[in-house]
Design a protein around this ligand. Structure first.
Ligand code: GTP
Ligand code: MG
Length: 282
């Protein structure tokens, strides 16, 4: 039996822990089990289907994937050990492209400037555009372009995050937020040694995405529902979205936010302060 299966408890929860230091063996360094149809890594892909993934097919493909995920597990554990040794807490922030991760982080850094020592690992395939947007708020920023030496991957994994750590003064930080590459699927499959996972979800994305992309929604401790300033202009049904979300991740925490207006950002900062105890304050 492959290791790529759901948790025995059937929930698929608990891949990233929120303050209790749990880890899961059925994970890629804290990530949920790999799912079908992402990154060319879905193990349900039939050998009869033409393979363009570069990983091959059949048993050889499984071996390559096992090796990739084993290496990710190993370096995620190493990352976690370094974070814990430095007493820094780490949040993996994920979303589809453009949901508002960077804008939310700008707001966050504004709120926390001078109170909390924040580091950012900024993940993008190309460009320093987002890293540049986060400058000027006193945070230490380490950019990882996956297009530069990491094959242009659509997610950050533990080795990539590890490559950024020498550029962050971990001993002098309270909180590190990793802005993952914008992608609603693949980032959820790779633990990076984080203590908690959050995703930003834009109300412009519709109500159905938790059902269509369950791996990401199932893997997170918090869903930040962003761009609520746009609600008057949309037919987005928040109740239906929450119902769909509850089907894949019952009881998951949610916060409604407008990174544009600042509404809800205090609640988000309060959640961060639960992960990395600090005075959230307005
Ligand atoms: N109206 C509105 N627009 C927002 C809000 N948050 C972000 N945006 C806009 O949405 C667009 C994408 O925001 P980003 O912060 O770049 O999104 P992102 O998730 O970091 O995008 P990637 O890093 O490319 O995946 C920008 O034009 C933002 O100005 C919001 O709360 N309300
Ligand atoms: Mg961004």
């Amino acid at each position: 039996m492959s290791r790529f299966h759901r948790h025995e408890d059937g929930t698929g929860h608990g891949h990233a822990d929120l303050g209790e230091g749990r880890t899961s063996r059925h994970s890629h360094g804290g990530a949920p089990p790999a799912a079908e149809g992402s990154c060319g890594r879905g193990l349900s892909v039939s050998a009869a289907v033409p393979d363009h993934s570069g990983y091959g097919t059949g048993a050889g493909r499984v071996e390559v994937l096992e090796a990739i995920f084993d290496e990710n597990d190993r370096l995620a554990a190493a990352n976690r050990a370094d974070f814990d040794a430095a007493h820094v807490r780490v949040v993996n922030l994920m979303s589809s492209p453009g949901a508002g991760k960077t804008m939310l982080l700008r707001r966050t850094l504004q709120r926390l400037a001078g109170k909390v020592r924040v580091g950012i690992v900024e993940g993008d395939i190309e460009t320093s555009l987002d890293a540049d947007r986060l400058q000027g708020f006193g945070a230490a920023i380490a950019l990882v372009n996956t297009g530069q030496g990491f094959g242009g991957e659509c997610h950050l994994d533990a080795p990539m995050v590890r490559s950024a750590l020498p550029r962050l003064p971990l001993q002098d930080l309270d909180l590190v937020v990793v802005e993952n590459v914008g992608n609603l699927v693949c980032p959820a499959e790779f633990g990076i040694g984080e203590h908690a996972r959050a995703m930003v979800y834009s109300v412009t994305e519709g109500e159905d995405k938790p059902l269509k992309y369950p791996v990401m929604f199932r893997s997170v401790n918090l869903v930040v529902i962003n761009k609520i300033d746009l609600l008057p202009h949309l037919d987005f049904d928040l109740g239906l979205f929450l119902k769909n979300l509850g089907e894949v991740n019952p009881g998951v925490a949610t916060i409604t936010v407008s990174a544009r207006t600042g509404e809800g950002v205090d609640a988000w900062c309060a959640w961060l302060s639960d992960v990395a105890p600090f005075p959230a304050g307005p």
